[in-house]
Design a protein around this ligand. Structure first.
Ligand code: RBV
Length: 488
């Protein structure tokens, strides 16, 4: 395996890296009592408690449960609650659990350190603990300020995982990512490229020499990654997990469809039937949202920039129009484009009184809240994840989850059953990276496609666990489809 680089990733972090590496080898997580560097462990710390360790202080307010260099979560006493959630997810993720069982003995990830930045949900916890069960040393942070489930984070910390994540982490988002890098990963796992970007931009030398490879979970992240690779600035191979058929065709469509509606309902409790529901972007995610909202009786309006995606909407029976026109008609708006400034000032100004606006794309750039503030005279929280803006023209507009992905911020993200396939892809890609590394094979520093056999294996295993059977082509049928002379 890769050994520690002689050149520290960066001067500033060098001290923290050395200290954290020493602590990381002292597994499992220190239990109650005094930590060897004198810091109190498993205690509740207020902001700034980690100063004496050489780790830069956090900015976030409130109390934390923290062991410097090992974990920082909101409240470790929630671990039992989190453990039950993880068990619930495990029982609905049979493919991932099957792969865990298959490789538990041979420990294919032993000796490797994996850092991840992905929503800290109960499903993610099953993935994280699978990495650990297969021998990896894992450090983790969230990939969105509003998507961490605090009890789940506590359960992971209690179970010995290095984790730096809490709900509402606006101020210390990158602080947490940096703490996972302190543990000197040689594998990275991203959802949205924030970890990869940090490693590449701040610790380029480390990225080139020490990181074997990585994975990226989501559409927006893969776009960023391809842009980085095209610019010649990708320093290690990264699998585009999002592009696996067993991810993209299921998680993005059915996962997003269900969890987005779940988020809107938890934040508003509105009735969908009879509403004009505007879906911005009719890609895989938008298709899922439109399909499910339509199923609940909403009238769907699609806005698009791509003609083929727009036609798909038309043939589904939806109306397609520009956002300028849709803004006047919609009752509920949901962006799913991966592009910034989809809903802007002019749209807010032409919306109906009481319009509900939310986003299910990865970043919070799709709804321009700054411009909404400019045309508003007041704002108040109506209920969790639902803010009422009163415009200068007197209309009210309701924004859900601060314009961040509503399915994870206001609900629990995609259901376990679909994350089973997405995260099995994550796991198998890391197994492939580890195998290539241990066999001395150098993979190219590019965005790597998923092996079609991996997709087939995951789909077949999923079907089997659902109790479904399939047909097999006979020899004669195989010969028939390959016979260019066969005809009428
Ligand atoms: N996502 N994860 C969950 N329950 O853990 N839900 C959604 C979960 C991922 C999904 O794969 C998508 O690509 C990404 O979040 C967007 O950030």
């Amino acid at each position: 395996m890769a050994t520690a680089t002689k050149k520290a990733p960066a001067k500033k972090a060098a001290k923290a890296v050395a200290k954290a590496a020493a602590q990381a080898s002292a597994k499992p997580a220190a239990k109650n009592g005094a930590h060897k560097n004198g810091t109190q462990t498993n205690g509740v710390h207020t902001n700034g408690a980690a100063k004496s360790t050489g780790i830069p202080p956090k900015k976030g307010k409130g109390t934390f449960s923290e062991v410097a260099g090992k974990y920082c979560v909101r409240d470790i006493s929630q671990a039992e609650e989190g453990r039950k959630l993880i068990q619930w997810a495990e029982s609905r993720m049979p493919v991932l659990m099957h792969i865990r069982d298959k490789y538990k003995k041979s420990q294919p990830l032993k000796g490797l350190r994996l850092a991840g930045s992905l929503h800290v949900t109960k499903e993610t916890a099953v993935l994280v603990e699978t990495f650990a069960a297969l021998g990896a040393e894992v450090s983790w942070s969230g990939c969105n300020p509003l998507s961490t489930n605090d009890p789940v984070a506590a359960a992971l910390a209690k179970g010995g995982i290095s984790i730096f994540a809490w709900y509402g982490n606006h101020e210390d988002f990158y602080w947490c990512i940096e703490r996972t890098i302190d543990l000197k990963p040689n594998l990275t796992l991203d959802d949205g490229c924030d970890l990869i970007n940090t490693v590449h931009e701040k610790y380029a030398d480390y990225a080139r020499k020490e990181v074997i490879g990585g994975t990226e979970e989501t559409t927006t992240g893969v776009q960023r990654l391809r842009a980085r690779a095209a610019a010649g600035k990708l320093y290690y191979p990264v699998y585009a997990v999002n592009d696996a058929i067993t991810k993209w065709d299921f998680d993005n469509v059915y996962g997003t469809g269900q969890s987005t509606l779940d988020g809107i309902l938890r934040a508003t409790s509105v009735m969908f039937a009879g509403k004009k529901f505007v879906v911005a972007g009719h890609g895989h995610c938008g298709q899922g949202v439109a399909k499910r909202a339509s199923g609940m009786g909403a009238n769907i309006i699609i806005t698009e920039v791509k003609a083929t995606s727009a036609i798909k909407g038309v043939l589904e029976g939806y109306r397609v129009m520009s956002m300028d026109d849709a803004a006047k008609e919609g009752d509920i708006f949901c962006t799913a484009t991966g592009v910034k400034d989809i809903i802007r000032k002019k749209h807010f100004l032409s919306m109906k009184d009481g319009a509900i606006v939310c986003n299910t794309g990865h970043y919070d750039a799709e709804i321009n809240l700054k411009e909404l503030e400019e045309v508003s005279k007041g704002k108040r929280t109506i209920r969790p994840n639902c803010e009422e803006y009163t415009l200068k023209n007197g209309n009210k507009i309701y924004v859900l989850a601060e314009g961040r992905l509503v399915n994870l911020a206001a609900a629990e993200g995609h259901p376990s059953e679909v994350m089973d396939m997405s995260f099995s892809n994550q796991l198998m890609c890391h197994l492939a990276l580890a195998k290539a590394y241990k066999e001395g094979k150098k993979l190219p520093n590019q965005v790597l496609d998923i092996d079609p056999e991996q997709d087939e294996f995951i789909a077949e295993t999923k079907l089997r666990t659902m109790g479904m059977s399939m047909d097999k082509l006979s020899k004669e049928q195989l010969a028939y489809i390959n016979d260019y002379n066969a005809g009428t």
